[in-house]
Design a protein around this ligand. Structure first.
Ligand code: ADP
Ligand code: MG
Length: 273
């Protein structure tokens, strides 16, 4: 499913009417996500990543701009009718339900022609659980699982309806370092296997670089650069992108251009035609 964001803007009104300023969380965001790709939405905390994702999911309405899934304009469609799967940083499972019941939950609410028989539901839940390798834990409650296992359940629950678009908001941030590495590789595998168009939000440049087909770098609600990970790394569009990507961070020097040459201190280091 191709996803198009067209001049998408979200302005939050000022909290404090007198002194407060409104926040432009997403500013004229235009981008087309190709069908079946995994897009990494990357930027520092507060740059508008979650807001962008919530606009895609329908949890928030844009101030202006349009969103298309394929050729369908979904801007005014409520979240439950968009066919999106959502995974958040905190796993948000139902504590009183077992793994199986958690995964079944989205299927039990299907109405009309989409309604499934019990056997069909069980089969789909089993398939989703297998995909994230928790099919042996189906009878446990969330508090009997590790963080990593809980997040797998959340991913299975998001996948069980085979969403048109999968939206992941910092899904690995609560996992310890080793599990984070492992889970991100698995997410990539699952995404490739299912071919579901996916948006993956993270503030971690290494995470974005390692699993994205394409990266969108954001700052203050504005897209800074869009490109393949290696392109963005090799050819940063501006100093912000250059500084944000790469470990260890790049070195930055102040210099001056004089008579066609770049000087750092007294030394001429580069010809600048
Ligand atoms: P990120 O996910 O990149 O950390 P967010 O999309 O959560 O960023 O937030 C973007 C900006 O919008 C921030 O400045 C944040 O404080 C502001 N913001 C987010 N949600 C609201 C809200 N409901 N009301 C007012 N401001 C908000
Ligand atoms: Mg966020």
């Amino acid at each position: 499913m191709k996803v198009t964001l067209q001049n998408l803007t979200k302005v939050y009104p000022a909290r404090d009417k007198k002194s407060g300023k409104e926040v432009v969380a997403v500013n004229d965001f235009t981008f087309q996500i190709p069908d079946g790709k995994l897009i990494g939405l990357l930027g520092p905390s507060g740059c508008g990543k979650s807001t962008t994702l919530n606009l895609l999911s329908g949890l928030q309405t844009p101030t202006s701009g349009r969103i298309f899934f394929g050729e369908d304009d979904v801007t005014d469609l409520p979240a439950e009718n968009r066919g999106v799967g959502l995974v958040f940083q905190n796993y948000a499972l139902y504590p009183h339900l077992t793994v199986l019941q958690n995964i079944l939950f989205p299927l039990q609410n299907l109405k009309g022609k989409d309604k499934l028989t019990k056997a069909q539901m069980l089969q789909k839940a089993q398939e989703a659980a297998k995909l994230v390798q928790i099919d042996t834990l189906m009878d446990r409650k969330p508090n009997e699982l590790s963080g990593g296992q809980q997040q797998r359940v959340a991913i299975a629950r998001a996948l069980v309806k085979m969403p048109r678009v999968l939206l992941l908001d910092e899904p690995l941030s609560n996992l310890d370092a080793r599990l984070r590495l492992q889970t991100r590789e698995e997410l990539k595998r699952i995404q490739t296997e299912t071919g579901i168009t996916t948006v993956f939000v993270t503030h971690d440049q290494e995470e974005a670089m390692s699993i994205s087909d394409m990266i969108v770098v954001m700052k203050d609600g504005v897209i800074q650069q869009i490109g393949k990970p290696q392109e963005v790394y090799d050819e940063p569009a501006n100093l912000f992108v250059a500084k944000f990507l790469g470990t260890p961070p790049i070195n930055v020097f102040s210099g001056a251009v004089k008579e066609g040459r770049l000087y750092i201190g007294e030394a001429a280091v580069l010809d600048v035609p």
